[in-house]
Design a protein around this ligand. Structure first.
Ligand code: MLT
Length: 260
């Protein structure tokens, strides 16, 4: 599937993949910071934003293939730097493992390598049914929103209301198919030592969904990985602390050079 995708700027290609259930607009601050020296592609993953939902479970591997189809549609044939927030990180990791020739640098932001434990799979299925029965994604928004931002730090009202608006605008079919696909994703932990490209791990010091030790373990397992911990950030570090995240991302991209 070719995805709806913004394609901005000129220079080495960077692909940024949003989290669940968000859309490409969540990368606005990063696109602004990168576009002077990079070509930045921000797709809407299937069932999010302007990209249609699949009728069945949307697996992480199928999303990785969609990203490749989208790159080809935009005339990008060579290897790219790919980064993802949380679910987007699962897809970025799938690209690095399943399509290594397409990836020259990897950024995993507020993300993880492990599969869902059984309890999480069952919560996802319950939520998928609820959202389809309700005809709106409110149950997912209510479950996730309180855990997205660093507690007590005071995310701006604008950040909270804008992400809530995006979440409530995601189609129930897209939310359900994605929940079911995420529950099917494999444990990538055994693959981490074979990732040969430079990798940046970004973690929120106060991420309530992904404990920082998971980010430390990923960094230790990937041979060429560095970890940047963003203070006063939760699960949405690129939105909560855009300047700190942009600084880490730009330093990483500079270290990679143009890639030819
Ligand atoms: C995300 O932010 O993308 C989600 O927390 C991912 C997930 O539900 O595993």
């Amino acid at each position: 599937m070719v995805l709806a995708c913004d394609d901005v700027g000129a220079g080495p290609v960077v692909v940024l993949l949003h989290g669940f259930p968000f859309d490409r607009t969540t990368w606005a601050a990063q696109v602004d910071a990168l576009k002077a020296r990079h070509r930045v592609l921000t797709p809407d993953l299937p069932g999010h934003g302007a990209s249609p939902a699949r009728s069945a479970a949307t697996t992480v591997s199928s999303m990785a293939q969609d990203v490749i189809d989208t790159l080809e549609n935009h005339g990008v044939a060579g290897p790219v730097v790919v980064g993802g927030l949380s679910m987007g990180g699962y897809v970025a990791l799938a690209l690095a493992v399943e399509h290594p020739r397409r990836v020259r640098g990897l950024m995993l932001i507020n993300s993880r390598a492990a599969a869902d434990p059984p309890a999480t799979k069952s919560v996802r299925e319950d939520l998928a049914r609820l959202v389809l029965a309700d005809g709106h994604p409110g149950a997912v928004v209510d479950a996730m929103l309180p855990k997205l931002f660093a507690p007590g730090v005071g995310a701006t009202d604008l950040a909270v209301t804008s992400i809530e608006r995006v979440m409530r605008g995601t189609s129930p079919a897209g939310v359900a198919a994605t929940l079911r696909g995420l529950a099917l994703r494999p444990d990538r932990t055994p693959d981490l030592p074979s990732i040969a490209v430079p990798t940046l791990i970004v973690a929120g010091a106060e991420d309530q969904l992904i404990p920082i030790d998971e980010s430390r373990a990923i960094q230790a397992a990937i041979p060429s990985a560095q970890l940047v911990v963003i203070a006063e950030a939760g699960h949405l570090a690129p939105l909560e602390r855009p300047d700190a995240v942009n600084q880490a991302v730009l330093a990483f991209l500079d270290s990679l050079g143009t890639g030819g």
